[in-house]
Design a protein around this ligand. Sequence first.
Ligand SMILES: [Zn+2]
Ligand SMILES: [Zn+2]
Length: 617
Amino acid sequence: MCIGCELSQQLSSCFSQAVLARAGTTSRRRVLQAGALMAASAVAPSLLKGDAQAAPANGKADWLFEGGTILTMESDRPRAEAVAVRGREIVYVGDRRGAQAWVGPATQRVDLKGGMLLPGLIDSHVHPMVGALLRSGVGLKIEWQEREVLDAIATYVKANPGTGVFFGQGWNSNLFRAQGGPHRRDLDAISADRPIFFFSSDGHSGWANSKALELAGITAKTPDPPVGGYVRDQDGQPTGYIREVPAMLPVINALNLLDPGTYGPTLLKLLRQFSAMGFTSVFDAAMPFGQIPVFTAVQQLDQKGDLPVRLHTTQVVTSEDDVQNAVQSLTELRSKFGSEHFQISTVKVVGDGVIENRQAALLEPYLEPAGTYGRLAISTDSLVKLLRQCHQAGFDLHYHTIGDASLRQALDALATCRQAGQDPKLTLAHVQIVDDADQARLARLKPLISSTGIWCIRFQEVEKAIGTERYSKMFRFGRLQRDHGLNVALGSDWPATYASGTLGIEPMLNVQAAILRQPPPPLLEAMKGSLGPNASEPLPPMQDAFTLNGALEAYTIAGARQLGIDSITGSIKVGKRADLCVLDQDLTRLPTEQIYSTRCMLTLMDGVSRHDARQAS
Ligand SMILES: [Zn+2]
Ligand SMILES: [Zn+2]
């Protein structure tokens, strides 16, 4: 399911690396103490307190929110009646009477109209930088057949005379099977003198015309990279059908697809979609394409005040070779990049693969093909070494684990560090299959966890691969969060799922799925029967389902702790930054089955409106 992680896996070493010192590193112990507090505090109206602050000494509020349910994600004051914002900070959290002292002629009063105010949402594992590239250029439809695809490209070329590159994405990688994949001659017939390049919908394949191959210097003599390659005609000439990202990189570079001037606006467009869903912080869990131009584009956006979310990203490790230099290269990147809302301070380890391609590392073999176990990317000794290095340098480690063997490796490594008196900050991403013994160790060792709500549903291909018993031991973190105080965050892992649209990013779709462990209707529709006949039944074990409060915590303060920014965001508290989102419905009064239909009406990041749909409503 994790295409972003998969792409990173194929790639990370192809490019130089990442960025900036972060403002303050949250210790793991502090995260857990805070997590335990949150777990202990249900959202109880009886805890509502009165005035939170004295009246303003100088100046009035820029914003006042009232008239709906306000969940603060603060254990000592879970609810409030009113919130005031001045400049980039929250200045008042309390009852409506006390808030009036903050109202001046220029204060924007926001009536929640029975809806809800939450802290700005945080996607704790997603791949927007990859997603922006995959979604840039001309969009083809995945359901189109060969003729429709060629007609669409021809129409686009005709409509855009002049010079420059024809670029896009979205063709179904199952097309052109009869002729051994797509061929450059079909694109040459549309334009021979200007380069054409199209990604497939899953991002794993590319299709180039002769001009694009020429500019990239790809000929019959060009060797295939270790992963992927160039499909060739009988005479050895490349057909233009390119498999996997490492082989596509020369074309991506030659056509300058990552030029900050063109890539920046594409990324900005995507990040604005995050704002429109209520997000104010996003963790990009590894981007496998050229990092330097992409990071330059992000930094330029932030310097202009255009970056609509806090964006954190990573340095990726996918093999033993990467381990040696990971911390050093991250340190170098940190010295070159980074701005107020853009930080690179995490090493990402892709610990294993995914179940779908049988690369997730299992303790017991797959059922089909029988006897295979998947594989671990690096040794446990290397992981221990990396955890120690990260800890010393003040970096976090984000570890992709799908299979129960990779989870065991991560817990073994963490336990080794703890025994030596070290307490590195480790986040386990996905945590799909959990052996019983390791479930108990998770409760004891309390690593941070980041997973995805819409993955907590039935998927028959996975059940076929691992069998019913292990299938009933997936995504077991509801209880860890509730009863053991683990810091469990939720993120979308987009575009891992549903790359053809942004549906998978929708936070309330994920929240509903995390609570019910069933696909909400739009998801069921989008998957069009590919989930299997039992897709609408809940995924066991239901004791591990999230509560509403747990899922909202996972999308707010838990994500802030994961990113080490909980001192400034993730909850509604006086002195924190005004990262807020207004929802059109009160989730605490809504039937769970309707949570997915909730829309974000207004998003503030640092007190600045980044999305406002109130006029349209
Ligand atoms: Zn992953
Ligand atoms: Zn991922």
